[in-house]
Design a protein around this ligand. Structure first.
Ligand SMILES: Nc1ncnc2c1ncn2[C@@H]1O[C@H](COP(=O)(O)OP(=O)(O)OP(=O)(O)O)[C@@H](O)[C@H]1O
Ligand SMILES: [Mg+2]
Length: 354
């Protein structure tokens, strides 16, 4: 009974995390940019919308922290559930607002004079402005109180902003308690199959990208795959076909914002040798990297990659070609641009838990 309660609360937690992350991402990356284009036409709403956007941005900067800590903090869990409700409501309101603005522009660009005249008629305009102004103000009030509670929960301490993210806070590792993870059997099976794909062993290196919005569960899925020893849901692989048995060497690097080649190579060497690497010189690090990868069929996880500069990636990729056939690099990222510069042979776009 206790196990069932824990499991259902894990499922709930995962669904809340995925929903809130997806909704925030849609509001900040799709709806606000669309509305921002129209700000000049929305003189009456510009200030309110800008304030609302900055509250969303502030809360989004601490979402990951909240999602990570919610399992141990019931009050934080409730806060996230309520935040998800309000964010979904905000998505509806902003979507409707955007639709109205688009309709007005379309009517105006098609010069449907009658439609324009109707839409701009005193009554319609007044009604639209009145209803929307009220809804947006109400939204801002609700979001404001969530924003105030960010400090109450000490979320994102150290002033982590959306782009200036605290490296330590975001550091990930390869370990996961698989009993805490729910509902990813299908995706795990899919990714394990990509890693063990014989077709890909004809080249020295294949790159796999796991893409999705923040908090959707990319790192968690990759942790599951990294620790695969042969059991995927009901299916059992034989020993030779597990991730554990297939690779001679497995390495995990949390890349995050800092795509610095020396730091990455140092982490790679330390992860491979399980010893501290005292070398700092880039030339030496490159030589050592080739040495540790030589004749090894390796799996390298580059978690949370943000680098969008192809040249930086190519330098690392060249070094990674020193491994044996069938070696794989698995990259997790929120950015579609990252997925495209790494030239991945296979991709998985992660969806929210159903
Ligand atoms: N399938 C799952 N079952 C249970 N909890 C999960 C699951 N997937 C994710 N979570 C929880 O949701 C939170 C966010 O997951 P995770 O860190 O894997 O997301 P992410 O996509 O890597 O986010 P980011 O882009 O910020 O790195 C974590 O607390 C994690 O434990
Ligand atoms: Mg992650």
């Amino acid at each position: 009974m206790a196990t069932r309660t824990t499991l259902s609360s894990s499922i709930e937690t995962a669904i809340v995390s995925a929903t809130v992350a997806t909704t925030f991402s849609f509001i900040l990356n799709v709806l606000f940019p669309l509305l921002r284009e129209e700000y000049s036409l929305l003189s009456g709403f510009k200030d309110e919308l800008e304030k609302l956007e900055s509250i969303f941005t502030r809360i989004e900067s601490v979402l990951h922290d909240a999602m990570t800590r919610q399992l141990k903090d019931r009050a934080l869990q409730d806060w996230l559930v309520k935040l998800t409700d309000v964010a979904c409501h905000a998505e509806d309101v902003l979507d409707k607002f955007n639709f109205d603005v688009t309709r007005r522009n379309a009517a105006s660009s098609q010069r449907c004079l009658r439609e324009v005249r109707d839409f701009f008629s005193g009554n319609n305009q007044l009604k639209f402005r009145f209803v929307m102004a009220h809804k947006i103000k109400e939204l801002r009030g609700k979001m404001d109180s969530f924003s105030e509670e960010v400090s109450k929960f000490n979320l994102g301490q150290g002033g982590s902003e959306r782009l200036i993210r605290d490296q330590n806070e975001r550091m990930t590792h390869s370990f996961v308690e698989s009993s805490d993870v729910v509902g990813r059997d299908k995706e795990k099976k899919e990714v394990v199959a990509m890693l063990l794909n014989n077709g890909a062993t004809s080249t020295n290196l294949s790159v796999i990208a796991i893409h999705g919005v923040g908090g959707i569960g990319k790192t968690t899925l990759v942790q599951l795959v990294y620790n695969d020893t042969g059991n995927v849901g009901q299916l059992t692989y034989n020993d030779r076909a597990s991730v554990h048995a297939y690779f001679d060497l497995k390495m995990w690097i949390c890349v995050s914002d800092d795509f610095d080649l020396s730091r990455i190579l140092k982490c790679l060497i330390e992860s491979a040798t399980k010893k501290k690497c005292e070398v700092d010189d880039l030339d030496q690090l490159q030589i050592k990297t080739r040495e540790v990868l030589h004749r090894k069929r390796f799996l390298l996880v580059l978690d949370d990659m943000w680098n969008e500069e192809p040249q930086k990636w190519e330098k690392l990729e060249n070094l990674l070609r020193s491994g044996d056939r069938g070696s794989k690099v698995m990259v997790t990222t929120r950015s579609l641009k990252v997925s495209s510069i790494i030239n991945s042979s296979q991709n998985l776009q992660l969806s929210p838990l159903g």
